[in-house]
Ligand binder design. Sequence first.
Ligand SMILES: *Cc1c(COP(=O)(O)O)cnc(C)c1O
Length: 360
Amino acid sequence: MEFIDLKTQYKLYKDEIDKKISANLNNASFINGSDVRELENTLAAYVGVKHAVACSNGTDALLIALMAYGIKKGDEIITTPFTFAATAEVICMLGATPVFVDIEERTYNIDVTKIASKITKYTKGIIPVSLYGQAADMDEINRIAKKHGLFVIEDACQSFGAVYKGKKSCALSDVSATSFFPSKPLGCYGDGGMMFTDDDELASKLRCVANHGQQGRYNHVMLGLNFRLDTIQAGILLAKFKHFEDEAEKRKTIGAKYTEMFKGSEVITPYLAPYTDRCVYAQYSIRVNNREDVIKKLNEAGVPTAVHYPMPLHLQPAYLYLGGKKGDYPVSEAVAREIMSLPMHPFLKDAEIESIVSLF
Ligand SMILES: *Cc1c(COP(=O)(O)O)cnc(C)c1O
């Protein structure tokens, strides 16, 4: 059994994917080829925003957005400690300070009731994370941000395809960042990422930062770096995207099937908030109070598992300089002790789900 079955997916779409790769090898337009722009247009239309800007990966998408806002030493950015390190490291890399706000106990996303008290005169923006494929409560976050003159960057690296109050994740804030890492809901065959925004001026800044701060060749108007997406990856994504909506629906159904099968057990299954129209289950993550035993039993039965994430960022060695200590974010710490992820991909069969759940 596979945790995420990329091999089956490739076999199913092989002809279309191979055709795209071969076309790009033949026309040798490896950087900024036409597939990159086509992918941007296709995904912007799908998400429902004006601009999409492709880039090297999800981490860089977050970094570029912060650079476009001119974030620097002394600035504070509010985010959650219960996320992948990328969300916070990009803030630190610019010399700014991540200010953590604990998560909400059921959705594992930032607790909107705790944001306002962390806002200071140094706060510039909020990066909520739409964890495990469910959008954070973006309307409420946007309301708080607007009141205090802050920007909002949705870390949508796990939530491409998720739907919040009828709108797609990635279209819910000033700008959003997603990842095409192979195991994400929409993945390429290497690294890739994208930013989305409705703001014309911001979009041109994002594009500029991602390409050496250039506006026209050799005219460097701001500091940037090389954050481009390869044309080959864009082509692969175009081929895979044709099946994405179908896959997103399957993910939703498979998540619901797991949850249905767990009914009556002590396992805490994912909670879908009333504002969630579709969770894409980047991970199907459950909570158990005897995680070590459960993992051992599942692994011995041939069921792969993972833990996203075993330690909140404020307790990770690299972030101790921020002054975090045990007990600072009790919900994140408690969830980190109990959380574990089960196999999740669009090709998971009912019989497999049943056999996994029967091991509990
Ligand atoms: C995967 C991920 C990232 C980083 O994306 P990469 O493409 O791997 O750089 C950032 N934030 C979250 C929440 C992620 O899951």
